[in-house]
Write a protein that binds this ligand. Structure first.
Ligand code: HEC
Length: 108
């Protein structure tokens, strides 16, 4: 649900990953970056689903949060803050509502 530019930037800024300092071997970083880029929303692997998830983003956008994409906001805008804060803690807690999120299934 993020474009390749986002994943590249994220992997380049691991020393400040949402205020955490993630320390990985350069070979591991390279391996993970390759996976993320080749499965990013604008990759061939993502296909039509990726194009839907990235719609409305400016070209070369490198935003870091899925929750800031127009697509995500469209799908979740109806959720009341009370639901998010009191029931699931944060909208980033995907698996609280999408039980299949671990395998990439967001239909339920
Ligand atoms: C509080 C519950 C809740 C949380 C937390 C939540 N979602 Fe959702 N999500 C929903 C609901 C409800 C819908 C269906 C909206 C609709 O039908 O218009 C939805 C729709 C979606 C869709 C569209 C699915 C489709 O088949 O059209 C995607 C993709 C998605 N969510 C991803 C995520 C991701 C990724 C996260 C975490 C970053 C997340 N959601 C967090 C409730 C949630």
């Amino acid at each position: 649900m993020l474009p390749a530019a986002s994943w590249r930037r994220m992997m380049e800024e691991l020393n400040n990953h949402f205020k955490e300092n993630i320390q990985l071997k350069p070979t591991v970083i390279k391996h993970i970056t390759g996976y993320l880029v080749s499965n990013s929303g604008d990759s061939a692997a993502a296909g039509a689903a990726g194009r839907i998830a990235l719609r409305g983003l400016r070209p070369n956008a490198d935003l870091q949060r899925i929750t800031e994409t127009p697509y995500f906001k469209d799908e979740h805008g109806f959720l009341a803050n009370r639901v998010l804060e009191e029931w699931v803690g944060s909208v980033a807690n995907c698996t609280a509502c999408h039980v299949g999120a671990w395998v990439g299934d967001y239909k339920e």
